[in-house]
Design a protein around this ligand. Sequence first.
Ligand code: PLP
Length: 407
Amino acid sequence: MDSEISASAALVTRDAKVFFHQHGSSPCLAGLKSVSGSWIEDLDGRRYLDLHGNTTHHIGHANPELIAALKAQLDTLTFSPRRYANEPATALAELLTAQWPGGAAKVLFTTGGSDAIEVAIKLARVATGRSATISLEGAYHGHGFGAFGLSRAVPDARLGSFLPDRVHVRPYWKHGAAAMLHDIERALVSTPGGVAALIAEPIRSNCHVPPPELWPEVRRLCDAAGTALIFDEIPSGLGKTGKFFAFQHFDVRPDMVVLGKALGGGQLPIAAVLADTRFDVAPELALGHYTHEKNPLTTRAALTTVSIILRDGLPARAAALEQQVRARVASSPWLRGVRGRGLLLALELTQPPADEGRLLAALLAQGVSTTTKGDDAIGFSPPLTISEAEIELALDGIERAVRSLVG
Ligand SMILES: Cc1ncc(COP(=O)(O)O)c(C=O)c1O
């Protein structure tokens, strides 16, 4: 009977009727009422610590300073048609380029990470005069026909053909760094016409951290071949791993970095390609000519977010809180280790349960919303503003959930 269906379940049912169902998005877990700081609350009043947040909530959900900045922006300039400059867009570009280590940099903004990946590929193609890309098999770079084609060598045949000239190499997390370097070296010399770009996440959102020598060696190979090195930091950038850019954990500098997700403060969708000015070579081409490329609201969200991250030292806070998580896991019989850096972590289970659905349900029952990371680990990716007490609360919930499954 309708009267017995909770408000949350009723919304989930309506949602399932009108949205196309797709992997990773449906079925919905609950209907949401509000988000705040490290928490989400459903329509039935259940509260969960959000250890996922789609990696958008670096400064906490509904950050009051960000909300105030957006309200003020709504009272001033709400849209900027193409070919007009506006203050938040320009100030954001100035702030992001100022973070770029090394020479001068420029940016383009898009509304989502997948689009920004495509812009990065275009810049590399135009600057090198080549079209091929190298990416790591099983990586994820988004859902455009270009971006998703980087992710899988052989995507589902029902989707039809993807961009040509894609070369996929064996990833370090599955086959080791030597195999990956071997494949890259071979692809760089044997791909007809040469390779425009190699694209990879410097620290994977699945929390695999490569050995320190890997990226410097990839950089050396790319330099020798005249190939651009693009780092996708859509989930890992902006301080999440304990450094502003994830690549700063290694002795390497890419030619371009792609940022997204948390850039809009978890409120508004915006992504960015930040690249060396050497790539500013085709003013006659439309490279990322998107309707909302300089939207004053999305750029205000990003400007405020990046300013908060830098002002409050959130990268260093992520690095410090990582140590708290590691210390607690070291004493847990239910957790055997931690992968990742900063607050982009995966907690490895001593006894991984066979059923992912049961694990996630048990976590929700303990007030923890998250995802799995591979077959053997739970994602632990809270806001960088999470308190020490909330971290303990989250770990208590995880331990209780795991214990309830394994006896
Ligand atoms: C590594 C990586 N690249 C690209 C994307 C695509 O970003 P968006 O969903 O904003 O298009 C994602 C999204 O999850 C991602 O994790």
